[in-house]
Design a protein around this ligand. Structure first.
Ligand code: FAD
Length: 499
C-alpha cells in the first residue's frame, strides 16, 4: 500500500539576497502554486552586496527556470568567464590559469597530462595552460559559447558568468513575483517555536505581523536568524585551515574586459578582479591576524588597475559551516549555511546545490529525520570537497614573504587532501572525491600551476607507441586556429547582450 503524504502548504523564506531570491524562483517554478511561498526581506538591513563571479553549473540553474541567457546577461550587467587567472600564487611573479574545461583532448585511456609532462620535461612541449582551449581563447580576450560537435576543438571548454548579484536578485524577484511569491518588507524580530517539538511555527515581524509556515528556509545571511539564533545549531569553524577572515571590496572603472576572473596573491591574502559591463568588482581578502585593516585597504587601493568608483567597504566572515544545514523544519541556504572564501567563486553555486538537494529530498509535514540526515550528509561532503580544493591553493604556495603563506605551507591538512596531494606528487594520479564539484582538470591546474609536480608518469604511457609530442603540437595548433575564429569578448557582448 502506498502511504499518502501530507504535503507542505506554506513555505516561508527569510531573506531576500541572492540566496533568498534564487530559492524563491526555483521553488515557485517547481512547486507550481501547490504551496504558498512568502519571502521576507528588510531593505534597511540590506544584503551582503558582493558575489559577482560564478562557475559553469549556474547555467543549468537559469535553464531550469527557463531564463534566456542574453536577457539575463543584459539585465545583470553580465560578462562571460572562462576560468580564473592566478597571479603570484605558486610564487611571486608566476601565473597560471584554472580553466573551465579540460586540458587538451583525450586520445587515450592514459590521461593527457602524463604525456604532456613527459614532453614538457624533455623540452618538447609548452606550459600546460597552452593546451587549454579556455585559456587560449581567454588570453586573447576572445569569447563565444562552445560548439556542440565534440569533434570540434571549440567544443572543449565551458563557461560561466560575472554579474552584479544585486541585479540578479532583482531579476529573480520579478520572476518569482510573477509566479505568486508573496514578498513582505520588514524586519523579523523573533521566532516562535513549538513548545514540544522545537520546530519553528512562525516568525514575528517588528510590525507585530505573524508569518506562519510549515517549512522555513533561512536565507538571512551570516546571522543565521533561524538556523542559529532560534535553533542554536552550532558552527564548525574552519579558520585554522582557511584563516582569511576579512575582505575590503570596491568597484572601479571597468578597464580591460577580460573573459576571466583574476586572483592576485598579496602578502596576507589575495585580490580579485571581476570585469562586468559597467565596472569592475575588486576586493582584497586577507587575514586580520597577519595584516591590519588599514594596511589591507591600502593594498587593495594601491593595486587597482583602474580608478576606484567608491570608497572600499569592509566585510567580516568566519570560514566554516553549520553543524546541520537542515535542522527540524529549517533549511539554511546561502551565507546562513556557512561560508567559504570566494577564491573559486563557489558560494552562489552552494546556494544552487542547496536548492537542488532540497527539491530532490522535498519533505512532507512529517519531516522524517532520515531525509534531513541525507541532506546534511551530502551537503557536508560537497562543502568539505570545495574547502579542500581552496585549501590546495594555500598549502601549495611557495611564497615565503608573509606569515600567512608560511603558516599555510606548514599547516596540518585534512587527511583526504594530504592523500590527494601525495598521490599526485608520487604518480601524477588525480584521486577523485565523492560528489566532487571540481573535476580532474581543476585539480590538475592547481597541482601543476603551484609546482606539485609528479615524480613519475603513468607506466602505461611508456607502453604506448603514440607520437604524443606530435599529438600535443597538433592540439595546440588546432586551439590557436580555433581561437582566431572567435569574436572578442567585447564584440560578443555588444552583439548579443549589451546592457
Ligand atoms: P545576504 O546577501 O546577506 O542576504 C540576507 C538577507 O536576509 C537580506 O535580504 C536581509 O535583508 C535579510 N535579513 C537578515 N536579517 C533579517 C531580519 N531580521 N528581518 C528581515 N530580513 C532579514 N559568491 C560567489 O558565488 N561569487 C563571488 O565572487 C563571491 N564573492 C564574495 C566576496 C565576499 C567578500 C563575500 C563575503 C561573499 C562573496 N560571495 C561570492 C558570496 C555571496 O555574496 C553570497 O553567497 C550571496 O550573496 C548570498 O548571500 P545571502 O543571500 O545568503 O545573504
Amino acid at each position: 500500500m502506498v502511504l499518502k503524504s501530507d504535503p507542505i502548504d506554506r513555505i516561508v523564506i527569510v531573506g531576500g539576497g541572492t540566496a533568498g531570491w534564487m530559492t524563491a524562483a526555483a521553488l515557485s517554478n517547481q512547486l507550481q502554486a501547490n504551496a504558498t511561498i512568502t519571502l521576507i526581506e528588510s531593505e534597511e538591513i540590506g544584503t551582503v552586496g558582493v558575489g559577482e563571479a560564478t562557475i559553469p553549473p549556474i547555467r543549468q540553474f537559469n535553464q531550469l527556470l527557463g531564463i534566456d541567457e542574453n536577457e539575463f546577461v543584459r539585465a545583470c550587467q553580465g560578462s562571460f568567464k572562462l576560468g580564473i587567472e592566478f597571479v603570484n600564487w605558486g610564487d611571486n611573479g608566476q601565473r597560471y590559469f584554472h580553466p573551465f574545461g579540460p586540458f587538451g583532448k583525450a586520445f587515450d585511456t592514459v590521461s593527457l597530462h602524463h604525456y604532456w609532462y613527459a614532453a614538457y620535461e624533455s623540452g618538447q612541449a609548452d606550459p600546460l595552460d597552452d593546451y587549454s582551449m579556455a585559456w587560449v581563447a581567454a588570453k586573447s580576450g576572445k569569447f563565444a559559447p562552445p560548439e556542440r560537435d565534440p569533434r570540434n576543438i571549440l567544443s572543449t571548454f565551458d563557461y560561466a558568468y560575472h554579474f552584479d548579484a544585486g541585479l540578479y536578485a532583482r531579476f529573480l524577484r520579478a520572476y518569482s513575483e510573477q509566479r505568486s511569491v508573496k514578498r513582505i518588507e520588514g524586519k523579523v524580530s523573533t521566532t516562535s517555536l513549538h513548545p514540544d517539538t522545537g520546530f519553528v511555527n512562525a516568525v514575528i515581524m517588528e510590525s507585530g505581523e505573524l508569518v506562519q509556515g510549515d517549512l522555513f528556509i533561512d536565507c538571512s545571511g551570516f546571522r543565521g536568524l533561524l538556523i542559529e539564533q532560534a535553533l542554536q545549531t552550532g558552527y564548525e569553524d574552519w579558520s585554522h585551515w582557511l584563516p582569511c577572515d576579512r575582505a575590503w571590496a570596491v568597484p572601479s572603472a571597468r578597464g580591460e574586459f577580460t573573459p576571466y576572473t583574476r586572483s592576485t596573491a598579496h602578502q596576507a591574502g589575495w585580490q580579485w578582479r571581476i570585469p562586468l559591463q559597467n565596472r569592475a568588482g575588486n576586493g582584497h581578502v586577507f587575514c586580520s591576524a597577519f595584516m591590519d585593516e588599514n594596511r589591507a585597504a591600502d593594498v587593495l587601493m594601491d593595486n587597482l588597475s583602474d580608478s576606484a568608483l567608491d570608497s572600499p567597504r569592509l566585510l567580516k566572515f568566519q570560514t566554516g559551516r553549520r553543524r546541520k544545514f537542515w535542522n527540524k523544519n529549517v533549511v539554511a541556504i546561502g551565507l546562513a549555511s556557512g561560508f567559504l572564501e570566494p577564491l573559486e567563486s563557489t558560494s552562489i553555486h552552494l546556494i544552487q546545490s542547496g536548492i537542488a538537494k532540497l527539491l530532490a529530498l522535498f519533505p512532507d509535514k512529517s519531516f522524517d529525520e532520515s531525509t534531513s540526515d541525507e541532506y546534511n550528509r551530502v551537503a557536508a561532503i560537497e562543502m568539505e570537497n570545495i574547502r579542500d580544493f581552496i585549501l590546495l591553493h594555500y598549502c601549495l604556495n611557495r611564497r615565503q614573504d608573509g606569515e600567512l603563506w608560511r603558516y599555510c605551507s606548514n599547516m596540518p591538512l585534512p587527511d583526504r587532501l594530504s592523500h590527494r596531494i601525495h598521490q599526485f606528487r608520487k604518480f601524477g594520479r588525480l584521486v577523485p572525491g565523492e560528489k566532487d564539484l571540481f573535476g580532474d582538470a581543476s585539480w590538475l591546474a592547481v597541482h601543476i600551476g603551484q609546482f606539485n609536480w609528479p615524480e613519475r608518469v603513468d607506466p602505461l604511457a611508456s607502453f604506448r607507441k603514440t607520437n604524443y609530442v606530435e599529438w600535443l603540437r597538433r592540439i595546440r595548433t588546432a586551439m590557436e586556429t580555433g581561437a582566431a575564429q572567435l569574436p572578442t569578448h567585447q564584440e560578443y557582448v555588444a552583439r548579443f547582450c549589451a546592457a
